[in-house]
Design a protein around this ligand. Structure first.
Ligand SMILES: C[S@@+](CC[C@H](N)C(=O)[O-])C[C@H]1O[C@@H](n2cnc3c(N)ncnc32)[C@H](O)[C@@H]1O
Length: 290
């Protein structure tokens, strides 16, 4: 295996820029929000039944836009409850954006926010060191397991924190998405490797852990990737390959192979002169360990 190119996640400013450009051109976040509004309420109905306080943990919450949607659905399902919300994310930039948004929302006064500027594994270490026995009713990890060292261990730890009737929600690109095809095709090359829900489901199946899954279709307009030197295209390419400055650091041969695959029907459809990349996303829901 060739030595990996530098992973995008280590440059937080560039990562944020790439993510902003990607989300502007993508229906992924909207589809996730539709899922949260239309399907999640039924899943949340049994969470924390009869309790006056619900404990929530958001892992990799980012700037909190999706978190607040989740919290809003949880509170609508359980009117009048207090919510203790632990937020875990290593990016100070994104946590500050989250805090600023909360500060402008007086309607969230029944939610207590605890800010943990750290990775999932640092949070786990802190939890163990402080011998915390609190149980969680709802834990979510949306589009973050790509970045953890050992997704299986992360899932095991957070699932072990669930109280009876608790739910753990995971969202990632599906194995059938363009990202799944791209990462799968470039396994064992210097393109950064990321997990998809296909990996997570095989892992859960191998362990005999039951789960429910929901897949929805989304797409991202990646047309600019095919115009050499286009700034947006370069940022999108970094996000898709998860490589920092992919065009500047990958060999021309690797760049060409990646571009060819991005345009291939496995990954994209072309319509009206635009290249629409398959952004199918899957949500996996786990119950508390019995
Ligand atoms: C793609 S964003 C997703 C943000 C949000 N959950 C959403 O769906 O909009 C991924 C987030 O995971 C965070 N992250 C990266 N590595 C992490 C880790 N090891 N533990 C916790 N969060 C992590 C990043 O800082 C980033 O905010």
């Amino acid at each position: 295996m060739t030595s990996p190119l530098k992973s995008l996640i280590y440059d937080d400013d560039r990562y944020q820029k790439c993510l902003d450009h990607f989300l502007e051109r993508s229906s992924e976040q909207q589809c996730l929000r539709d899922f949260i509004r239309n399907t999640l309420p039924d899943i949340l109905a049994s969470v924390g039944k009869g309790k006056s306080q619900l404990n929530v943990i958001g892992v990799g919450s980012g700037e909190g836009i999706v978190d607040l949607e989740l919290l809003s659905q949880l509170c609508q399902k359980h009117p009048g409850v207090l919510v203790d919300n632990e937020v875990v994310d290593p990016s100070s930039q994104r946590l500050n954006d989250y805090k600023a948004m909360v500060a402008q929302r007086p309607d969230l006064e029944h939610i207590t926010f605890t800010w943990n500027k750290m990775t999932d594994s640092e949070f786990e270490e802190q939890w163990r060191q402080k011998n915390i026995t609190k149980k969680a009713d709802f834990i979510h990890m949306l589009h973050m397991l790509y970045y953890v060292k050992d997704p299986g261990a992360t899932i095991s730890f957070f699932q072990s924190l669930l109280d009876k009737n608790g739910k753990l929600l995971i969202a990632l690109s599906s194995g059938e998405s363009g990202k799944g095809k791209l990462w799968g095709n470039f396994r064992n090359t210097e393109v950064t490797q990321r997990v998809t829900t296909a990996d997570i489901k095989s892992l859960l199946d191998a362990r005999g852990v039951p789960y429910q899954s929901y897949e929805f279709q989304a797409h991202t307009d990646i047309t600019e990737c095919f115009t050499e030197g286009d700034q947006t295209g370069e940022l999108l390419l970094d996000l898709l390959t998860q490589v920092l400055d992919f065009s500047g650091t990958a060999s021309p041969e690797l760049r060409q192979r990646v571009l060819r695959l991005l345009r291939d029907p496995q990954c994209s459809v072309e319509t009206g002169g635009r290249v629409l990349f398959n952004g199918n996303t899957e949500v996996i829901v786990l119950d508390a360990l019995s």
